[in-house]
Design a protein around this ligand. Sequence first.
Ligand code: 5AD
Ligand code: SF4
Length: 441
Amino acid sequence: MKRYHLTTFGCQMNEHDSERMKGMLDSLGYAEVERRDDADLILFNTCSIRESADNRFVGHLGEAKRLKAEDPERVVGVGGCWSQSVKEKVFERFPFVDVAFGPGQIPKLAEFLTSDSLTAQGYFEFESFPGHLPPKRARAFQGWVQISVGCNCVCSYCIVPSTRGREVSRPAGDLVAEVERLAADGVREVTLLGQNVNAYGRDLPRGSKVTFAELLGMVDAVEGVERLRYTSPHPKDMREDVVRAHAELSSLCEHIHLPLQSGSTRVLKAMRRTYDRGRYLDRVALIRELVPDCAITTDIIVGFPGETEAEFEETLEVVEEVRYDSAFTFVFSPRRGTEAADLPDQLSHPVKRERMERLVEAVQRRAHERSQRFVGRTVEVLVEGPSRTDASRLRGRTRHNKAVNFEGAAEPGELTLVDVASATSQTLAGVQHAGRTLAAA
Ligand code: 5AD
Ligand code: SF4
């Protein structure tokens, strides 16, 4: 039996692509191994969102080169967004690579492996949804469903539209059928994935058009799905019906990830985000009105070309005003082929770093404050397994997407109740609620 090793970089979309790659390799009779040294097939699913993502992956390829030199029969494959962004140059930079493919071309890996081809191959066409590859899920009780591929936005900093192509929605009926299969297979939490999930459906043919809010309702109705999440939405497409769904659909979790990127209207315009600070804050106000306890999280970029001190301070103001439950913060990284990479007034590293430090301080302080509202409450937790820091405790997540470490007894995949005793900016800690202990279960 042939053995493979796969390393994944990047976002949940890539992780899900990797699950499907694994499902496909299983069906070809490959077995997954934990160490790269033991593999006949060494695979990378790459990311290109920031320069740091590129660099991290280049180190790993060095090891693949050594292993390939040891045993030239080994096959080295590079998939994903970085691969797509450089295309055939993969082979110039890394001549030992046998097969390279973009995110839309995963099935071509199977074609390559089953052919007798000895020459290196690259597959970089955009297709719509890349076939039905049954995923090999990382966790039995959590499932991802890709509702669309690609992105029609033109955010000036972002490489994704060029690595994942134009937006194509999958028919709602296919998606519901997939969720039903997952539920029958024991999945309790479903996350809908797309580059811009709330633009879902606009490209579907007339007659079978379904909006994102309607899709949420259809998935919520599937028996067995206890929790429903989605990522990522775009603030410009965040309509009231979607916010309202969070209040009305029992499975839809009280968490909305709403990427801000910048709090300055001038910078947002240069980013081509198509909303301004006021409209973003209106969306937040709508969420607070309709779903008062909702967790709101975000993505923020500091040091966009030309960002002034005053504009950066506007971002800090929004952070103070919104009081995010958590935020992913990034230093602007110029990406090949994007508009922002060629803008004048690129900021120096010390300026970017200094702003980043101030941003992280504000984000963490606010997140810490926000977290305190859970102390003293009993929250529903989906158990993931033992705590990472203390194996005698359990770890899971709340509907608000907070990680919880707690004392108690429960199996992964179980929903239980936890009394929260303390909270940091990142995690909650507590004890399983009396009456939901092992004895009572
Ligand atoms: N530089 C820094 N951060 C970026 N992101 C996307 N492109 C870049 C870039 N060139 C961030 C955005 C996005 C998140 C996934 O990554 O904040 O929402
Ligand atoms: Fe995901 Fe973007 Fe990285 Fe591609 S480039 S893996 S879409 S984060």
